[in-house]
Design a protein around this ligand. Structure first.
Ligand SMILES: *Cc1c(COP(=O)(O)O)cnc(C)c1O
Length: 395
């Protein structure tokens, strides 16, 4: 690979891509995509789609329809609104992190009337607040509740089961929309059990693919809502895309080579087994948190039970620069870590531990962080890597 360090000299070995998405794409998937592009109106393509759809459903534990778009997950957000809602519709969203905030900004642009519930970003979404808000809406004017499952900016996983429980105990019929962009394929996700109506996901995180695909997983209730929704629908129209689940064909050119990769990714995931995948992410995440604690640094997530198994956001001491640390690590050790986003810029760095990832990749990642803390002159205790390895050995 053609790589240079900051001064232009070539670098040896593999780059460590430890941002929380895009994630490392396994060679097997890259190989699967390196095929001649085929006719997307021909029988081979239809068979490919029809092989993918049921396996994708298993990622979300659902029997619902799966819309596959060429696009980023941000487009998947847009698809979720335009298909189901009308301008002026009231929706409940939560100020729980940068992705939740960006999702809200997108909803605003469509003229939706957003009740943006304040949250402590270090604690995530409080489902008791949801219950109260919905109980106060006796007229049922709230059309949808929208929650980010795994907030990638803060490293917090919100409980969608608790959100559903709150909605049920309020006896409120609002639709439930969930952003599962950085949890799908890594953290157990139960669309049907949780009664999720629209799930938004993307290709470049737990699914181990390059960027380029986004998904809407849509319930019967969501499809029914799309029949009366007034927002204009064109490129993102579910109605146009729904037949793909039966015929394997799309209304426009799908990202066909990514489909080859998706088929490979889904068979790799199924071969590993879903319980093993969730356990692997939980274990590598716990090892990461132990390293952070041993360094004497603070996990941005202040509620241990909500710590994300796909990403850890680490606070640097107040007088230190997280961006200078990341720059030092990139320059010296050829590793990319996630930047602090929005108001967290320069205050946290994020370690992605999701997708195609194992113990020794984590050991390398944490070693790079530990050496980088030294290089950047950030006060810390040594022994983070050792604490992580001790945990991995014992578990
Ligand atoms: C990455 C991410 C997005 C945005 O995905 P894009 O593909 O960059 O548009 C949205 N939500 C969450 C939680 C994410 O992690």
């Amino acid at each position: 690979m053609n790589k240079t360090n900051g001064s232009g000299a070539p670098r040896s070995g593999r780059h460590f891509l430890q941002v929380p998405g895009p994630t490392n794409v396994p060679d097997q998937i890259l190989g699967a995509m390196a095929q001649p592009t085929i006719d997307h109106r021909g029988p081979t393509f239809a068979a490919l789609t029809l092989e993918i759809i049921p396996k994708l459903r298993r990622v979300f534990n659902t029997n619902d329809a799966v819309m596959i778009y060429p696009g980023s997950a941000t487009g998947g957000w847009e698809a979720s609104f335009t298909n189901t809602l009308s301008a002026g519709d009231k929706i409940l969203m939560f100020d729980s992190g940068v992705f939740a905030l960006n999702w809200k900004i997108s909803a605003e642009r469509f003229g939706l009337d957003i009740d943006f519930v304040p949250c402590d970003w270090r604690q995530g979404v409080d489902s008791n607040v949801i219950e109260d808000q919905l109980k106060n809406d006796a007229a049922h004017s709230i059309k949808a509740v929208m929650v980010v499952h795994n907030e990638t900016s803060s490293g917090i996983t919100n409980s969608i089961a608790a959100v559903r429980e709150a909605m049920n105990s309020a006896g409120h019929p609002a639709l439930l929309f969930v952003d599962a962009v950085s949890s799908a394929g890594s953290i157990e996700y139960l669309q049907d059990d949780w009664g999720v109506d629209v799930t938004i996901a993307g290709s470049q995180k737990g699914l181990m693919l390059p960027p380029g695909l986004s998904f809407n997983v849509i319930s019967e209730r969501a499809i029914a809502a799309s029949q009366s929704s007034q927002l204009p629908k064109s490129y993102w129209s579910w109605e146009d895309l729904l037949p793909s689940n039966e015929t394997g064909f799309f209304p426009y050119t799908p990202a066909s080579n990514l489909f080859f990769g998706l088929r490979e990714a889904l068979s790799m995931l199924e071969a590993e087994g879903w319980p093993n995948i969730y356990a692997r992410h939980a274990r590598l995440a716990e090892a990461t948190r132990r390293a952070v604690a041993a360094w004497g640094l603070e996990n941005y997530c202040a509620m241990p039970e909500k710590s994300s198994n796909t990403v850890t956001a680490v606070l640097v001491p107040e007088d230190q620069s997280a961006d200078a640390l990341r720059a030092a690590i990139l320059q010296r050790y050829d590793m990319s870590l996630g930047a602090g986003l929005g108001v967290l810029a320069d205050k946290v760095f994020r370690i992605g531990h999701l997708g195609s990832f194992n113990e020794l990749m984590l050991a390398g990642t944490l070693s790079g962080v530990e050496m980088g803390l030294d290089a950047a002159g950030i006060p810390h205790a040594t022994g983070g890597v050792t604490a992580a390895l001790d945990y991995l050995k014992a578990s």
